[in-house]
Design a protein around this ligand. Structure first.
Ligand code: HAX
Length: 465
């Protein structure tokens, strides 16, 4: 990359960091007040960009894009995060180590909390501790489920996949959507975002209770579900509901996991789905419910469940202290059977996923994880698998993604029911998807309607061209 561009990118990153620090000490506004302050300038920017650059070409559309899952097409607007193929994700310009440094953690904890990540994603600013505490309190106060939703969840068969239950539970919450009521009343389009925000905060607040009730119903009928504690953060409360209130390692891990999985640009299946569905002015509940059913696919969020299943079969086949050669043989046997190595590769990333690195760093500083056979097997595999995948020669990225390790940590801490893992991802991904929906309404983005074409039309066009 030319040195000038490198310098310019560095300056933008540093300025984002400085702005965030400044904001952190300056503001005591609520989330809604902060957004109300920011939105007019963003609307102006949107209008200016449309007017000045509306006809600027951002790239070509090749036939291979159309039949190749639209890879690389710059066709969606989302400000919250940007994914560089080599550097990985940045949230409003901040890398993962930077957000770990600047975002407020839980009382007595070290890891970032969901509230501060949501605040950063939706406002682009680093909240003060006071702002995140107030948001935590607001969420805890609104986190109880209505009786009709409890009844729906309790009526599901225990054998129904937890992600199906989560998607249906989230959709059912739209019974009380403020956005729907406001739309029916005919409120001004410029006001939509306030109701989308109210629904989004309500859904965020209720997700831990919803997800924990599913866990209880499917796996742990003995589990008590206490009232939410207004002095705890969202994930602290979720950990308590799951029965991990006294397990600091698991609580901290869940905080990190949920903050880091919150957003990964706008084009991944879950973020893109909620964006698309909400563009029809569907409310945040049903829009996020749709996203959850995309997250439930094995090539996306279900990969963490698949990784664990695969790592456990490898452990059975080669033992806990497997040599590199044994791991290599196991990797080849998976590939030769026509399956993918779960937890490796990525649609955009071309280097190891910084979220994977952050989770590995979490393991490095915790003595209890140094002795965990499953964590050590994951680490060894991450050293061996890239070489095997390179030799295999298909994947564009032979490196581990976040799912290579995320489920294994849950397993280590005792949450061994791996068909539940994607539900935890589903609690997390709401941070990005909901922030995105609020902004789509604040900016008045239109209904999405790309054009599809037939193979015959492609051939005709290509021959003429
Ligand atoms: N093992 C074996 N083969 C792989 C592979 C892997 N881990 N990753 C990709 N490939 C193969 C693809 O199947 C494809 O083969 P075909 O041409 O025969 O179809 C080829 O390599 C090229 O694929 P790619 O361009 O490198 O990757 P895609 O953008 O098509 O797919 C995936 C990206 C993440 C879906 C893919 O790498 C994969 O299936 N990985 C394993 C599943 C996984 O870990 N998913 C989680 C991803 C992170 C995430 O979204 N979490 O939510």
């Amino acid at each position: 990359m030319p040195p000038l561009i490198v310098a310019a990118r560095h300056a933008i990153k540093c300025s984002a960091l400085r702005t965030s620090y400044r904001t952190r000490y300056a503001s005591s506004l609520s989330l809604k007040e902060t957004l109300a302050e920011i939105i007019p300038a963003k609307r102006e920017q949107l209008a200016r960009v449309r007017k000045e650059y509306g006809q600027t070409v951002l790239g070509d559309i090749k036939v291979e894009n159309v039949i190749g899952g639209m890879r690389g097409l710059k066709a969606l607007l989302w400000e919250g995060s940007l994914l560089d193929p080599n550097e990985g994700i940045r949230f409003h310009g901040l890398s993962i180590p930077e957000v770990q440094k600047v975002l407020p953690a839980a009382r007595g904890g070290k890891e970032i909390i969901a509230e501060s990540m949501f605040w950063l994603l939706i406002t682009g600013k680093v909240p003060t501790e006071e702002q995140t505490r107030r948001l935590s309190q607001q969420l805890a106060e609104n986190g109880a489920l209505p009786q009709y939703v409890k009844d729906i969840l309790d009526a599901f068969p225990r054998t129904l996949h937890p992600m199906t239950q989560l998607g249906m539970g989230v959709a059912a919450l739209n019974h009380d959507s403020r956005f729907v009521k406001a739309y029916d009343r005919g409120v001004l389009k410029s006001e939509y975002w306030t109701y989308a925000l109210e629904d989004s905060l309500d859904l965020l607040a209720k997700l831990p209770s919803l997800a924990a009730r599913i866990y209880r119903n499917v796996h742990r009928p003995d589990l008590k579900l206490p009232d939410l504690d207004k002095n705890q953060d969202l994930v602290g409360n979720y950990a308590t509901l799951l029965g991990y209130g006294d397990n600091d390692g698991m609580k901290e891990y869940l905080r990190l996991y949920i903050a880091l999985h919150g957003d990964h640009e706008g084009g991944n299946v879950s973020a893109h789905t909620s964006h698309l569905v909400a563009s029809a002015l569907s409310d945040p509940y049903i829009s996020y419910s749709a996203a959850l059913f995309g997250l439930a696919g094995p090539l996306h969020g279900l990969a963490n469940q698949e990784v664990l299943r695969w790592i456990l079969s490898m452990k059975d086949a080669v033992g806990e202290n497997a040599s590199n050669e044994q791991i290599k043989d196991y990797l080849w046997s998976t590939l030769k059977s026509g399956r993918v190595i779960p937890g490796y590769g990525h649609g955009v990333l071309r280097d190891p996923d910084p979220r994977f690195i952050a989770l590995q760093n979490f393991c490095e500083v915790r003595p209890e994880l140094q002795d965990s056979p499953i964590i050590q097997l994951v680490k060894k595999t991450s050293e061996v698998a890239p070489g095997v995948l390179r030799q295999h020669g298909k994947t564009k990225n032979p490196n581990p993604n976040v799912d290579a390790t995320s489920g294994c940590l849950l397993y280590h801490y005792g949450l061994t029911e791996f068909n539940y893992y994607t539900v935890i991802f589903g609690v997390s991904r709401a941070l990005g998807c909901l922030a995105q929906i609020v902004w789509s309404r604040a900016l008045g983005l239109p209904i999405e309607r790309p054009k599809s074409i037939t193979l015959g039309a492609i051939e005709e066009f290509a021959i003429k061209a």
